[in-house]
Design a protein around this ligand. Structure first.
Ligand code: HEC
Ligand code: HEC
Ligand code: HEC
Length: 466
């Protein structure tokens, strides 16, 4: 008898609570929906998917091996799974992971997770990302294999020292002397869109060299070129519209087309940004302090002139030894159907000119080799790769031919280079250098600590003596 009567008021209260919630719902939901949308947009702008989703795999479930000079670092599951992902992360823990590189268990993340850039996100940005990830992403109940790195990098605590030296973590501080648009661009480039993570060169300890921001960096296979405002080496000679077109569609005729990791960044992320945000990025890039690379005596996109050696090879039998094929013969066999006999591209502009193309204008030829091996894949745009069709010698011969005729004659392509790039990024010999540097550094730090400790003891003893 007591049970039902005790239940009834509870039931009534429950109904009342539901009704009360329903009344308050529209505005609360609207606020949440706006926050979730902000989080979704920031997740897109930050390209979380590039590193946390295996192509064709479960959304945000991790498992992408990120090649770094110290070995591959495996991205983790960031779906709201409680056992495998961030389901148990509080907002404060999520914020610490994103902006300080500290996991929920207090361990340090490696900066393959671009927390130095995400440190520019505001508290509201982080809360929006948290709302998006915890409510909109489906939990996935799998864990990718763990990361294992050579000594001493396997010790995550070594990152604490790195952070102390290199992490300047604070949200973006607007520069009042600049426009709101410029500040938005600065925030995106250095923060969520993390252009700096790829385009800024790194020092021996793998930290970005702020004095050469966006001046170009080797990614192990591809090369993220100089995009400072320099007129010859960077994007100083691109119009804002050309930059926006490149970032949105990956194609700025007469300047360049995007392949490799840049094509991925465009497809996952930049392509989906608002026109205003892309313009803000362009406006900011045009003000980044110019850095000129030695030898760039003219804009990298202005090199080369149309030329044609094909008549000289017509009717000449191909050599029996495939390694003896000339550059002109290789160009005729694999490239000229699309890029035309003189490298001038197709008349309707859908197939780009190789002359006046930044891809061939730089002395660094890694991207040209990667492109010949892997081709180019963007949404509706495809150039086949020729890794299976051409051996290392042929790729090098063709590369030399292209640079000499259509590009920067100072650029060379060697067989060893093609071989290394075909094999993929290896653990850098730098690892040894850094290991030595760290051990020496640790010894020096211990010595300094000992001196400080001795001084501190003496200082503490003094008042007791007086
Ligand atoms: C350039 C690659 C990259 C991008 C982009 C990236 N991450 Fe990560 N993230 C990683 C890697 C690698 C790890 C694991 C690092 C480690 O184990 O030290 C990681 C770890 C994390 C962790 C820690 C999870 C745990 O407990 O292990 C969180 C949270 C996280 N990322 C969230 C995000 C969010 C949110 C975004 C987008 C705003 C993002 N990441 C973008 C590479 C990336
Ligand atoms: C994951 C690494 C990565 C990220 C992130 C990235 N880039 Fe790139 N970017 C590259 C690579 C690699 C190339 C060369 C692509 C090629 O030649 O096909 C490139 C090329 C470019 C070019 C063409 C330069 C030229 O002269 O050919 C521009 C402009 C550019 N990036 C701007 C940006 C901006 C702006 C951002 C941030 C919004 C950004 N990139 C983020 C890797 C990256
Ligand atoms: C089936 C047609 C086709 C063939 C064959 C072809 N390409 Fe391409 N190429 C393309 C397309 C399509 C693009 C990209 C156009 C765009 O981005 O809008 C491209 C782009 C390029 C670019 C600029 C990309 C960048 O990263 O800046 C270069 C350089 C290039 N091709 C060189 C070559 C060479 C060298 C060969 C022969 C080994 C070759 N292509 C064969 C279709 C082709």
């Amino acid at each position: 008898m007591r049970v039902p009567s005790a239940r009834r008021p509870k039931f009534g209260a429950a109904i009342f609570a539901v009704l009360a919630t329903a009344a308050a719902l529209p505005s609360a939901l609207a606020a949440d929906a706006a926050q979730v949308e902000r989080g979704r947009y920031l997740a897109t702008a930050s390209d979380c998917i590039a590193c946390h989703t295996v192509p064709g795999g479960a959304f945000m479930a991790g498992g992408v091996a990120i090649a770094t000079p110290i070995g591959a670092i495996m991205s983790t599951n960031i779906t709201p799974s409680r056992a495998h992902g961030i389901g148990d992360y509080t907002l404060a823990q999520f914020s610490a992971a994103l902006r300080q590189g500290i996991r929920a268990d207090g361990q340090h993340l490696y900066p393959a997770m671009p927390y130095p850039a995400y440190a520019l996100l505001s508290d509201e940005d982080v809360a929006a990302l948290y709302a998006y990830f915890t409510t909109q992403v489906a939990p996935v109940e799998t864990s990718p294999p763990p990361t294992s790195l050579p000594f001493p990098f396997g010790i995550r605590l070594s990152m604490a020292a790195w952070n102390l030296l290199f992490l300047q973590g604070h949200p973006h501080v607007p520069n009042p002397a600049q426009s709101a648009e410029w500040n938005r661009g600065a925030f995106l480039v250095n923060g969520p869109a993390h252009c700096v993570t790829c385009h800024t060169p790194r020092n021996l300890l793998m930290a970005e060299d702020g004095s050469r921001a966006l001046a170009g960096s080797d990614l192990g296979d591809w090369f993220a070129p100089n995009i400072t405002s320099d007129a010859n080496s960077g994007v100083g000679g691109w119009t804002d519209e050309e930059l926006v077109a490149y970032l949105r569609d990956g194609n700025a005729p007469g300047k360049g087309q995007a392949a490799g990791p840049m094509a991925e960044a465009i497809g996952n992320s930049l392509h989906l940004l608002s026109a205003e945000d892309l313009h803000a990025i362009a406006v900011y890039l045009k003000t980044v302090p110019p850095v000129r690379d030695a030898g760039d005596s003219q804009p990298v996109f202005s090199r080369g002139s149309p030329s044609d050696e094909l008549p000289s090879i017509r009717g000449v039998a191909l050599p029996a030894d495939p390694d003896s094929m000339t550059g002109a013969q290789l160009y005729d066999a694999w490239c000229s159907t699309c890029h035309q006999a003189q490298g001038q591209g197709s008349f309707d502009g859908t197939l780009p000119s190789l002359v006046h193309n930044a891809a061939l204008g730089r002395a660094n030829t890694n991207n040209l080799v990667m492109l010949m091996l892997q081709g180019l894949h963007r949404k509706d745009v495809l150039m086949p790769g020729f890794a299976a069709e051409m051996n290392d010698t042929q790729v090098a011969t063709l590369g030399q031919y292209l640079m000499a005729h259509f590009g920067n004659p100072a650029g060379t392509v060697t067989v060893a280079q093609v071989k290394a790039l075909r094999a993929g990024p290896a653990t850098s010999p730098l690892v040894l250098v850094v290991q030595v540097a760290l051990v020496v550094g640790a010894a020096a730090a211990l010595a300094i600590l000992a001196v400080l400790l001795a001084r501190w003891r003496r200082m503490r003893q003094r008042p007791q003596q007086t």
